[in-house]
Every structure is written in structure tokens, then in C-alpha cells.
Design a protein around this ligand. Structure first.
Ligand code: XMP
Length: 319
């Protein structure tokens, strides 16, 4: 019988047979797939696993610390955190073209990952969170936006000078099976059922040039939006929700003074396959509450808008 318990048991057996007493490395993003691989490998081979987590400074509010707390502190998994914010910010300086930004982020990511992995001695295996839909997707023609990190770090194979073999324990599983596995392995429900987050992170949610100042503002706005979606029991009713930083200034009044501050857009969609999507019809009272909090709590934001565009023609992300 193909139950979650059986899948776990079978995977553990196969992983142990495959790697023996070798050391295994995993690029941990904090996303569902790589997190489940981390939990599974840790259960199968314990200390033979080392994870590399690249913090590019374009993660969500406190995300880097959360990843470390969960995997390193709670689960006792060895995780190397590569704090690379400055590197990414300077590589992105002056860059405004979305595809160029994606390429830069993907390239820097690989460089940091390679540099960290080079420090690890005697690692024979590189684990990846490739799932069945990734296998299918990369076999067919590529449509839509380039998934830079995915295409480099999943499926595409290994960098040529890396003498490691691939291990992909989720390769035969669909997303819902991966999620069930995650819960059964003890990962928190909230993380396993989290909305998808693009590899380039906030880099494609800050329109135009990326700056640390913008990322810091956006993180706060996004956090308020997501926190309220949870409180109002709307999070699971949307497929993906986030804030977008618009590098334009709009006027606002504070007391007697006029101020020019930034604008954020809120985006929430409902979709099954992410190929088409409807903008989520969130209640006005909810939007009013979120907008009030964002404007009152974040000094540099003067205006909040809600995106009412569906896909197609509008994509889910703004870049
Ligand atoms: P779009 O914006 O194309 O997004 O409607 C569809 C889904 O893909 C995600 N997305 C990305 N994921 N790297 C990723 O890993 C990317 O460059 C990228 N661009 C979009 C997006 O968040 C949505 O879930």
C-alpha cells in the first residue's frame, strides 16, 4: 500500500542503500521541497547530512532566522548559513531589467553555494528537492519565466567540476504527497502548506532597481499582510499572496505636513495550477484593516493599492 508511512520507510531504505556511509550535501532554501528532503535525509542518515542555506537578503521577514531555528536548533541538522546580502545587493546595483536581475541572482546564488560546498571535505552526494512535476517540466519545452535557481539546481545536472552524484528522494512524488511526507516527518503544518515563494525572492517583487532599503520596507509590509491573512483565516483560501514594492512616491499628509513616500501593492490570487489565476476577492474590511496597519506602522509607505488583475494577461508576480 502506497501510504505516507510506506513512502517514508521505503525512501529511508533506499537512501541508506544508495549513500552508505558517505557524506551528503543539500541546498536548503526553506521552501517545502528542500525542507522535506532535509527532514527525510536527516532521519535516514543523521549526521552524514550537511545543508547549505544561502541567505541572499531577499528573503521574507525573519525567514533566515526561522530556517536556522527550525532545522539547526530544533531538529539538530547541520546547516551552514551563508549570509550574502551585501554580495547580492552590490551585484544588483543599477540593474532594472527583470530577466537580467533573475540571471544575476541565479549566478550569485550558484557562486555562493559552490564556495560553501567547496569548504566541505569529502562530500560525495548532492541532494536535491526535485519533485515529479519538475522532472516533467524540464523534459518539455520551457514556457513562462526562467526559473533560474530551479533550472540550475534541480534537474539540470551538476556543475562540471563538482565530483558529486545526485540524490533526489522526491523525484517520483507530487506536491501533495511531498507535503504529507513533511507533516509526517514532523515539519510544522504552517511551513509545509506555505504559499510558494520564487527563487529570486523579493528581487522580483521590488520593481526596478533592488536596494536594501526597499527590501526592508517591503518585508515589513508583506509580513503585516500575511499575518493578517492568517488572523482572518484567509491564508489557506488564497493560493499565493504577497506585497510588491513600487519605486514611486505618492503624497501623504502627516499632521500639517505633506510627505512623499513609497507605494506598495498587495497581490493575492486563487489558482489551481499557477498557469491561470483569479485575483482573490478579499473582503473590503480586511483590506481596509491591512492598509491601515501598513500605513500606520511603516513610516516610509504613504499608499497601499490592491492588484485586481487576473492571469492572463497579468502574471502572478509583477516582474
Ligand atoms: P508568474 O509570475 O509567472 O508566476 O505568473 C507563476 C508562479 O511561478 C513563480 N515564479 C517564480 N519561481 N523563480 C521561481 O522559482 C522565478 O523566477 C519565478 N517567477 C515566478 C511565482 O511566484 C508563481 O508562483
Amino acid at each position: 500500500l502506497w501510504t505516507t508511512e510506506n513512502i517514508i520507510e521505503d525512501s529511508i531504505k533506499r537512501i541508506r542503500e544508495q549513500v552508505g556511509s558517505d557524506q551528503v550535501m543539500l541546498g536548503l532554501s526553506g521552501g517545502v521541497d528542500s525542507s522535506v528532503v532535509a527532514a527525510l535525509l536527516h532521519k535516514a542518515i543523521g549526521d552524514q547530512l550537511t545543508c547549505v542555506f544561502v541567505d541572499h537578503g531577499l528573503l521574507r521577514y525573519q525567514e533566515g532566522d526561522q530556517v536556522m531555528a527550525m532545522f539547526a536548533e530544533n531538529m539538530g541538522i547541520r546547516v551552514i548559513r551563508a549570509d550574502s546580502e551585501e554580495r547580492f545587493m552590490s551585484a544588483l546595483e543599477g540593474k532594472t531589467d527583470p530577466e537580467e536581475k533573475r540571471k544575476i541572482i541565479g549566478r550569485e546564488f550558484i557562486e555562493v553555494f559552490d564556495a560553501e560546498s567547496a569548504k566541505l571535505q569529502g562530500v560525495k552526494w548532492l541532494a536535491q528537492g526535485t519533485i515529479y512535476p519538475d522532472v516533467i517540466e524540464s523534459a518539455g519545452s520551457k514556457t513562462g519565466k526562467a526559473k533560474v535557481i530551479k533550472s540550475h539546481h534541480n534537474v539540470g545536472g551538476l556543475p562540471e567540476d563538482m565530483e558529486m552524484s545526485l540524490i533526489e528522494p522526491l523525484r517520483e512524488l507530487f506536491k501533495d504527497e511531498v507535503r504529507k511526507l513533511g507533516v509526517a516527518l514532523g515539519l510544522p503544518y504552517k511551513m509545509v502548506y506555505r504559499h510558494p515563494f520564487p527563487g529570486p525572492g523579493l528581487g522580483v517583487r521590488i520593481l526596478g532597481e533592488v536596494k536594501k532599503e526597499y527590501a526592508d520596507i517591503l518585508r515589513l509590509a508583506d509580513h503585516i499582510f500575511i499575518e493578517e491573512l492568517h488572523k482572518w483565516d484567509l491564508y489557506d483560501k488564497t493560493s499565493q499572496a504577497f506585497a510588491v514594492f513600487l519605486p514611486v512616491k505618492s503624497v501623504g499628509v502627516v499632521g500639517d505636513a505633506r510627505r512623499y513616500d513609497y507605494v506598495v501593492a498587495l497581490r493575492a490570487v486563487e489558482t489551481i495550477d499557477f498557469m491561470t489565476a483569479r485575483w482573490a476577492h478579499l473582503p473590503y474590511e480586511f483590506l481596509e484593516h491591512v492598509s491601515g496597519r501598513i500605513i500606520n506602522e511603516i513610516p516610509r509607505i504613504s499608499r497601499v493599492t490592491y492588484d485586481i488583475s487576473s492571469k492572463p494577461p497579468a502574471t502572478i508576480e509583477w516582474e
